[in-house]
Design a protein around this ligand. Structure first.
Ligand code: ADP
Length: 170
């Protein structure tokens, strides 16, 4: 049910990929930039509509759009915390980001979902702790009845890939 791969999340044929967005939801660097670039303008158009309604996407929350030109049908946009040393509810917000994406996927009857290593790029969250939170949150979620059949952790760098393999005991 849980897999880890080393690669580019925009290439995956799954029901949904998760985007590590920012609160503006209008694109940015890192995986966010890569998703909008590969997915085309339809994703941004839907993001704009959502933002007109909610003003900004709070860290820990998630919204869903089309996958546009991506092989994935949907993109679930969530915002992780910026790491500020660990005393600003960063761990709680990261857990909420994973949980919100999983719950939204479940509501939409999504069966296969891929996550990037949220917050471990530009947002500076320590990779090992982030991986522990990601794996723990997904494992606990999958213990309960769910429509989700497969969760893929997509690592873009060797360090995250090594950490995930170690923690998943692969
Ligand atoms: P954040 O602002 O949440 O830290 P980043 O996009 O900077 O978001 O980084 C999140 C993670 O996504 C990092 O581990 C980064 O290496 C990874 N990443 C960047 N591009 C891609 C991609 N195309 N596919 C999968 N992961 C990616």
């Amino acid at each position: 049910m849980i897999k880890v791969i080393n690669g580019d999340i925009t290439k995956l044929t799954v029901d949904a990929i998760v985007n590590a967005a920012n609160s503006s939801c209008l694109g940015g660097g890192g995986v966010d930039g890569a998703i909008h670039k590969a997915g085309g303008p339809e994703i941004l158009k839907e993001c704009r509509k959502i933002i007109e309604k909610i003003r900004y996407l709070q860290p820990g929350n998630a919204v869903i759009t089309t996958g546009g030109n991506l092989p994935a049908k949907f993109v679930i946009h969530t915002v992780g915390p910026v790491w500020k040393g660990g005393n600003f509810r960063e761990e709680f917000i990261l857990k909420s980001a994973y949980l919100s994406a999983l719950k939204l996927a479940d509501q939409k009857n999504i069966k296969t979902i891929a996550f990037p290593n949220i917050s471990t790029g530009i947002f500076g969250f320590p990779k090992y702790i982030a991986a522990e939170i990601a794996i723990d949150t997904v494992r606990n979620y999958l213990k309960n009845p769910t429509n989700i059949e497969e969760v893929i952790f997509v690592c873009f760098d060797e360090e995250n890939y090594r950490i995930y393999k170690e923690l998943l005991a692969l």
